[in-house]
Design a binder for this molecule. Sequence first.
Ligand code: SAH
Length: 267
Amino acid sequence: MTGEFSPGERVLLVDNRRRRHLVVLVAGGQFHTHAGIIQHDDVIGKPDGSTVRTSRGARLTGWRPTLSEYILEMPRGAQVIYPKDIGPILMLADIFPGARVLESGVGSGALTSALLRAVGPTGSVTGYEIRDDFAQRALANVHGFLGPDVPLEVQVRDVYEGIDEHGVDRIVLDLPEPWRVVKHAAETLVPGGILLAYLPTILQVGRLREELVSAPFALAESLEVLQRGWHVEGQSIRPDHRMVAHTGFLTVARRMADEPPPSSGGE
Ligand code: SAH
């Protein structure tokens, strides 16, 4: 992921109007833009951030994509979780190097890629995904960015029916009915382990929180993350006119060592 561009890797070509094209470099290859043709060989061997010219003299800069950029450009099966939420998820769920993580569903593999980077080579991510086509898409996306040597196993199965893993440190859920996973999560997580769920609507959050109260979970918290970009140009420095107003809510809770006493609410 460092040094000069080599054949087979991806480059993000950005023009002067910040239009982006994600291209896989091939020796002798060409990339056609409306502003002319880029020869792949003009990029191969150059350092990250090099500017190249098209056949018509337009300038594009080639960048090695960051994980955020890759997630926004990669092919999707299911809707992905955006970098705005992925960053906080890694912190709220406290994904650490060496952690054993269970993720469901896997979808397009956006969150999976970030989890794998955070757990590193000594950790592991096990994904439960109900749709085989999404599981394949996710694996292709993850391997496309991180390479084939990642501690990831994707199983095509329904997480509502149970979890076979034991001694898992963290469970991260992005599916419609996470309350149906709470009992399984309690059996799977180590004491002090963390459950995190991403949900698009607040009634789903309410339903999940109810389920968490009657299970051995504590310190439950729900929140949303708002990100507002700013326009910065000369004297004109102000918030952008448009922003993404809503993506999803994050709910996090920790597995207690003991079962909750009846009607205590688990707090
Ligand atoms: N977080 C993913 C997107 C997940 S989309 C990303 O960032 O790319 C939700 C996924 O959950 C879908 O792929 C769907 O097929 C899967 N899913 C829904 N119900 C499920 C279940 N009961 N068990 C396993 N996977 C499920």
